[in-house]
Design a protein around this ligand. Structure first.
Ligand SMILES: [Zn+2]
Length: 450
């Protein structure tokens, strides 16, 4: 009532909405979350989706749908079922431009939702995004205890709290903003983990004690109330020794350091990426994503690197109709590596295109069996603008070979070396005009290198 007198606004019962975010003292139910899922689905362009390439739809998923989620996930922990429904919408839109997409995903969703350098498309993993966004509250509570809300309990899931505890190290100054048992300040673990038996014997109040309080007159000892077993005594003596050398510095504040960023400050990006630690690095990611080329071509090379193009070998494995032999040379079984490097037709194209640029020594040889490995080796033999240009040209030639292959398969045309070489030349000129500086550099006279 008093509040209402000062802030004349409408009062309503929980659950309610505040600034578009659903609020409830309890965990949100699926029914309460459904309008959010529907709103996300409404954001997708309906019939226009067919006009977008996969690369275009990927950008929409990355930036439009995900940015809506950032706002919500910063504040609320959505139920797993809601995240699953939202993922279903994002997945369907990416691969097919509609909601239902069964059987059309080229690359599995857990792989798609990794950062680029781990082989994904940079589409956010919603669960991880939510965790890293909400870690911010724990960090602010720890590092800015003067904030008006800092004394309120911050509700964090078990995993989020555990991750936070593992990620923050404290350098003690006056010990006034460091929890004696829970923070990592004395050893590379918290004392709770370092001395588990003794921690079990500490009173609930004692567990919250700050380092400055605990060390004053050794009051941490008075907090041990449980049974003094052999283990407790052993840990007690060990801790006594450890604390021997500790001296607080009254004029210096405690400093909390976030281990996953160079500055020591928390950032959502560093937290998000740290949640993928241990995943395998995706070697070709820079060559694919940082090369100047239209996104549809880069997206194609990403599927090549994951070996997910619908070449004859893959179609055969799935029991689908497939060309009996390579549509370009009719001499070998068609795999993506054959099509892009070992095929006689393709090797002829590579040689012709690279010879024009004075780079023919980099063309694939009979011994080169894998497209990705050949690309890595060729690219490492040039530097600077030449390397940038070469990477763009390799993207362009691969894309053109794939398109020509598709025209042979679906439109019934015959493979035509002169036609492909000429169209690559023309396209390279256009990429150069459109801003591919590496290609402009290679096309300029006297730029040739080996
Ligand atoms: Zn072939």
């Amino acid at each position: 009532m008093i509040l209402q007198n000062h802030l004349p606004c409408q009062t309503s019962e929980f659950p309610c909405k505040y600034l578009g975010v659903p609020l409830s003292p309890h965990k949100l139910t699926n029914a309460q979350v459904q309008p959010i899922v529907d709103r996300i689905a409404d954001r997708l362009p309906g019939w226009k989706a067919d006009l977008l390439t996969r690369a275009g739809r990927c950008t929409l998923v990355q930036f439009v749908l995900t940015s809506m989620m950032v706002y919500l996930l910063l504040a609320v922990d959505l139920p797993a079922r809601a995240l699953k429904s939202i993922d279903k919408i994002r997945r369907g839109f990416l691969w097919k431009g509609r909601r239902d997409v069964r059987g059309h995903c080229l690359v599995a969703w857990p792989k798609v939702t990794r950062p680029w350098f781990l082989g994904g498309l940079g589409i956010s993993h919603l669960q991880h995004l939510g965790w890293s966004l909400r870690l911010r509250w724990l960090w602010l509570q720890k590092t800015e205890p003067d904030k008006t809300w800092a004394f309120l309990p911050v509700k964090a899931q078990h995993q989020v709290q555990a991750f936070f505890d593992a990620a923050v190290v404290t350098v003690v100054g006056n010990g006034k903003n460091t929890i004696f048992w829970k923070d990592r300040w004395l050893t590379d673990q918290s004392l709770e983990t370092h001395d588990p038996h003794m921690f079990n014997a500490v009173t609930a109040r004692g567990r919250k004690r700050k380092v400055s309080d605990a060390l004053e007159n050794r009051s941490w000892i008075l907090d041990i109330k449980g049974a003094l077993t052999v283990e407790v005594l052993a840990e007690y003596l060990q801790l006594w020794d450890l604390l021997e050398g500790v001296e607080l510095q009254s004029e210096i504040e405690d400093t909390h350091i976030w281990s996953f960023s160079a500055s020591g400050n928390f950032t959502t990006k560093s937290a998000y990426e740290a949640l993928f630690i241990g995943s395998i690095h995706f070697e070709p990611w820079e060559r694919i994503w940082k090369t100047w080329a239209p996104s549809k071509c880069k997206f194609f090379l990403w599927t090549v690197a994951h070996k997910k193009c619908w070449t004859a070998d893959r179609l055969a494995r799935k029991g689908l109709d497939h060309p009996a032999s390579c549509p370009l040379c009719a001499q070998a079984e068609e795999t993506i590596d054959h099509l892009l490097v070992t095929c006689v037709f393709s090797r002829q194209i590579w040689f012709t295109v690279l010879q024009d640029l004075g780079l023919e020594t980099l063309a694939p040889q009979v011994v080169d069996m894998s497209f990705v490995e050949w690309w890595a080796a060729a690219s490492s033999r040039v530097t600077g603008q030449n390397q940038k240009g070469l990477n763009s040209i390799i993207t362009l030639v691969s894309w053109s070979l794939w398109n020509h292959r598709n025209r042979c398969v679906f439109d019934g045309i015959s493979p035509n070396l002169a036609y492909v070489a000429a169209s690559i030349k023309e396209e390279a000129r256009q990429w150069s005009i459109a801003g591919a500086r590496g290609i402009s550099h290679l096309l300029a006279p006297a730029a040739a290198v080996t």
